[in-house]
Write a protein of this length. Structure first.
Length: 608
């Protein structure tokens, strides 16, 4: 949540900061601001709303300084407003701070600072950091930031500038991501690599408690104990800059939906060798894999829905009990964990706060932890015993599409590996299933080639007040993701239920024209699902069915039918999810919503 960018070097900082904030805006867009060194002072500009408004204002000010920091905000403490926008400054305006995360003890610190004569003018937790640095400053900004950070309880990524040390930015983090890189014309810091890729492809991901001091002459790195680090680990960014551009599509969401066939192919590349799955990153021997007797999948939001799909596969193929838990609940209870437990942590960003906390708790209890994430070098990747990268490249739209499909494919690979390791599936069976999994890339392309039925169904539903998504088996898990997508980007209320649960309450919602979206693909429970459609139609509902090509009988029970290619039921979640993504997007566009930046949401959730 929120985006940080900083630059010091030989070029005007203003343009670099604005462009960096544009690329980071998917992380938060309630307000934005920059602080640039100008004539021996820090010139600070704030604007409520999106970065475009800030850019218009900054463009008229003629700021020419070559050092500055910027921020785009997703509000936690205090409403979106100019006075709550970052950067925040000290009493005299000599120190400016941008911050991602949450300072849990800010109220106590705020009272202390006020008692000592500090005047705090915002409602945010961040402002206390500027005043703590001000109190600690005695000619060494790095030391002052360290002293201030020692008072903080919570999560933070900080970039701090001081007019007494021209050209200097100090960066420091704990439990919130921060990357630093050296370009040809200066030094850069950001909360996400995407803000740096025009300048450099080689970045250093700061660890907890670590700091960096950026000047036009270069970057110095410091460990958690304060010692200087002369050979920090460098991460190379191998995706192209055009991931941050729309490439001719009307929005990032549509672009990323169309990238899903490539994501499937890239995630599977090199994973089957001589009939055996090659997931060396798991870092478990065949004997250790065979001893696994319980699997937990921990995740949040869309990633949780990918976990629900994985549960069906792990239990169906490997015959190992698998539980799927929302990370924010898992971390606050006492789950049964032994050394033979495998905990699979799924996070698109690799920095989800609740998922990270759950990982740490699981490792303390002795479990092996395996991460599935889209971000190389992310905290989830670093803190897990092994990791599968989903190969989705950067995802800009807040509503996850290609990352979700990458997660489902990765979890399918893991389920196959567990089944092969404990001999529940033979080598030939694994080879067959892997081939069918690879075929889903072409099947998704088929779905994307003709969306007329999806668009027609969306127009019929766009004025509804609510919608119900239903399915059975794999369809029940897919329906949850469909309902979430619709809520996220169109603001049309939607709920998802296993179809058999309709008679236990949700059917009371149905009346004339109420949209019921059903995952009605061919499966062992197809006939049961059709019975639920008949119950819906009998009450006047408008039924939209996602069905298997060739199923003409379904037309008797549905007002709109969206056909997808025939696949094995175990793999149907991959293909059935795609029309639901397009359906949600089409409704959102028809309702005039911003599909890339829906209100109140941010791409990365780094706070509890």
């Amino acid at each position: 949540m929120c985006g940080i960018v900083g630059y010091t070097g030989t070029r005007p900082a203003r343009d670099i900061l604005i462009e960096g904030l544009r690329r980071l805006e998917y992380r938060g867009y309630d307000s934005a601001g920059i602080a640039v060194e100008q004539d021996g002072r820090l010139a600070v500009v704030h604007r409520k709303g999106k970065v475009s408004g800030l850019a218009e204002t900054v463009g008229s000010l003629g700021l020419a300084g070559t050092c500055g920091i910027g921020h785009t905000r997703w509000a936690t403490h205090g409403r979106p407003s100019e006075r709550n926008a970052h950067p925040h400054t000290s009493c005299g305006g000599h120190i400016a701070v941008v911050h991602n995360g949450i300072i849990e003890n800010f109220a106590e610190l705020r009272d202390e600072l006020a008692a000592r004569g500090h005047e705090l003018t915002s409602e945010t937790d961040t402002e206390v950091v500027a005043h703590l640095v001000e109190e600690a400053y005695a000619g060494d900004l790095l030391q002052a930031v360290r002293e201030a950070a020692s008072r903080l309880i919570g999560a933070y990524a900080l970039a701090v500038a001081c007019d007494a040390e021209p050209g200097t930015i100090v960066a420091m983090r704990k439990d919130s991501p921060l990357v630093v890189g050296q370009g040809a014309d200066g030094a850069y810091v950001a909360s996400d690599m995407i803000a740096l890729i025009d300048a450099t492809r080689d970045v250093v991901v700061l660890g907890d408690g670590e700091a960096a001091k950026l000047t036009p002459a270069g970057i110095r790195y410091f460990g958690a104990s304060g010692e200087e680090v002369y050979d920090p680990k460098v991460t190379h960014v191998d995706w192209d800059v055009d991931v941050a551009e729309k490439g001719g599509y009307p929005d990032f969401m549509m672009k990323e939906i169309h990238e899903q066939p490539r994501v499937i192919r890239d995630t599977l590349a090199g994973r089957l060798v001589d009939g055996h799955l090659a997931i060396d990153e798991l870092d478990l021997s065949a004997e250790e894999l065979n001893l696994i007797d319980r699997v937990y999948v921990i995740a949040c939001g869309t990633s949780y829905h990918a976990g629900l799909i994985a549960k069906n596969l792990v239990e169906g193929w490997a015959r190992i009990p698998c539980e799927v838990e929302v990370a924010s609940e898992f971390r606050y209870r006492n789950p049964i964990i032994t050394p033979s437990t495998l905990v699979v942590a799924v996070s698109q960003s690799g920095e989800t706060a609740d998922t990270l906390a759950a990982i740490r708790d699981a490792r303390v209890k002795g479990a092996k932890v395996f991460g599935i994430t889209n971000v190389v070098g992310s905290p989830v990747a670093r803190e897990s015993d092994g990791v599968i990268y989903t190969k989705a490249n950067k995802e800009i739209a807040v509503a996850s599409t290609k990352s979700f499909l990458g997660q489902v494919v990765s979890l399918t690979l893991l389920a196959l590996l567990l089944a092969q390791s404990n001999s529940k599936l033979t080598t030939n069976q694994v080879r067959l299933l892997f081939g069918e999994l690879a075929d889903t890339a072409e099947q998704v392309e088929d779905i994307l080639s003709d969306t007329a039925a999806i668009d027609e169904a969306a127009l019929a539903c766009k004025d509804a007040a609510s919608a119900l998504f239903i399915g059975r088996g794999m369809g029940a898990a897919v329906s949850r993701e469909g309902a979430l997508k619709l809520k996220e980007i169109s603001y049309l209320h939607a709920e998802a239920y296993p179809a058999g649960e309709m008679k236990h309450g949700p059917i009371a919602l149905l009346d004339e024209g109420f949209p019921v979206i059903a995952i009605a693909t061919q499966s062992p429970v197809y006939d049961k699902l059709v019975s639920n459609l008949q119950e819906s139609k009998a009450r006047g509902a408008m039924v939209v069915a996602v069905a298997t090509e060739g199923d003409e009988d379904i037309r008797q029970h549905a007002d709109h039918v969206i056909y997808i290619p025939k696949v094995r039921d175990a793999l149907s979640a991959i293909t059935a999810s795609v029309p639901l993504q397009l359906f949600a997007r089409a409704i959102a566009v028809a309702r005039g919503c911003d599909v890339d930046q829906p209100r109140n949401l941010a791409k990365s959730v780094t706070v509890e």
